[in-house]
Design a protein. Structure first.
Length: 127
């Protein structure tokens, strides 16, 4: 599967999960949903962003797709920073912080690899 397609489908799946069941998503992210009644709202906002970015990237082509992949890298980079900052400030435990940061960093690396991957030129038959 094309890495951009995989990232896009992953975004859509995570986003749908966050939209459909923010309480479950909060538990999977190991965040304190009961201690923060506004968290389902923020989780749904995150979910809608993920669905929108995944869907538009999935259907785009050419230069527009490359720009959307770059946008995804920026968004995932911001997510990684937010996780690091939450861990540093003690808002989340180290274990939870790593669980938040690792997927974001993976997405940044995957997006960068997809964005900067060079395709090999097709071999030509010699007569």
């Amino acid at each position: 599967m094309n890495p951009v397609t995989g990232l896009s489908l992953g975004r859509i799946a995570i986003g749908i999960g966050a939209l459909a069941s923010p309480d479950l998503a909060t538990k999977l992210f190991r965040l304190d949903g009961p201690g923060n009644p506004q968290l389902p709202y923020m989780t749904r906002m995150f979910g809608s962003r993920e669905v929108a970015l995944g869907a538009i990237t999935l259907v785009s082509k050419g230069a527009a797709r490359r720009k959307l992949v770059a946008l995804g890298i920026a968004v995932d980079g911001a997510d990684a920073y937010a996780g690091l900052d939450a861990m540093k400030s003690g808002v989340v435990t180290r274990t939870t912080g790593i669980g938040l940061v690792a997927p974001a960093v993976f997405a940044v690396v995957s997006g960068a690899l997809a964005l900067f991957a060079r395709t090999k030129p097709a071999k030509t038959a010699t007569a």
